[in-house]
Design a protein around this ligand. Sequence first.
Ligand SMILES: *Cc1c(COP(=O)(O)O)cnc(C)c1O
Length: 364
Amino acid sequence: MPTLLPRPSILAIEPYVGGESKIPGVNRIVKLSSNEGAFGVPPGAQKAYAAMAAELHRYPDGGATALRRAIGARFGLDPDRIVCGNGSDEIIGALILSYGGEGTELVMSAHGFVMYDIAGRYAGCRVIKVPERNLVADVDAMLAVVGPRTKLVFLANPNNPTGAMLPAAEVTRLRAGLREDVLLVLDSAYAEYVTRPDYDPGTALVEAGTNTVMTRTFSKVFGLGGVRLGWCYAPAHVIDVLNRVRGPFNVNAPAMAAGIAALEEQGWVEASVAHNDQWRATLSDGLREAGITVHPSEGNFILADFGSAETAKAADAALKARGLIVRAMGAYSLPQCLRITIGTAEECGMVQDALSAFMRGLDD
Ligand SMILES: *Cc1c(COP(=O)(O)O)cnc(C)c1O
């Protein structure tokens, strides 16, 4: 045993396990394990990224000015109230370290995004996971656990991995039930995919008060998970805090160039969302017909429930045998489930075929 030890809370962290990308002995693999967009990288973003190669000796613009302007123009937001990050994960971590820490509590729903748990423990927060109702965050139950030490409440909306979405009125009720000195972080990584009219990604609540932050990402619909690019929209005093603690050059230059180009890609989001709507419905219906429980999802993925951890594991193996990689859900306390990203039409068909065959095999 080394005598040099980290703070005790660090060793209580379960390391993040990303979506797998390889199957030993299988050449053609289809990766549906990390909710990356079905269409790959926007062509304009590829060009913009490549064009930065001859400029890599230069430090990036530490203020991410052009990118914040482009985000502001696209989403109708004040660029001065945007901070960009090396993925939204960086911003999530910075918020927790800035407002949480030893002696404080972070509240999240039971099957909320694991990064809140990891970053919360890193900061020394006590992380409170609140039971959900039918895999949907329960606003009353979350409010009920908030105590004097609670500093942060996290809600992914829609949530990963459940796909569940809270309507704007419910999120407003959550905010209204929290003290003024509690920061509510609305993680809207999948906002672009939501087509329901009763949704707000968090913009309205950020603007209505002084204690709500919305985080967003280029990793999903914009197809740029590999460059690590995220951002948040926040009250001015929170922006000021983030600008003090973030690395001065936290977002790299090719990532910013690619991000701006992705925002400019004509029709990209519309085509991605139309595809997602169609194939999420088709695959969900098809898997239900095969006898699998599929939870309603507003994201670019579905959560398939096989009833037991054993069956889910066997289904995962059956998918892998056909080169299909999806996400096991043990880390989310949902070992009976697999999370499946909506890929291309062909990929969705492959998942359907594999799981239909698997379910038929169970009956024999
Ligand atoms: C994918 C995802 C993110 C994105 O994180 P990045 O660091 O921006 O890639 C954030 N929150 C949730 C809930 C996600 O599923």
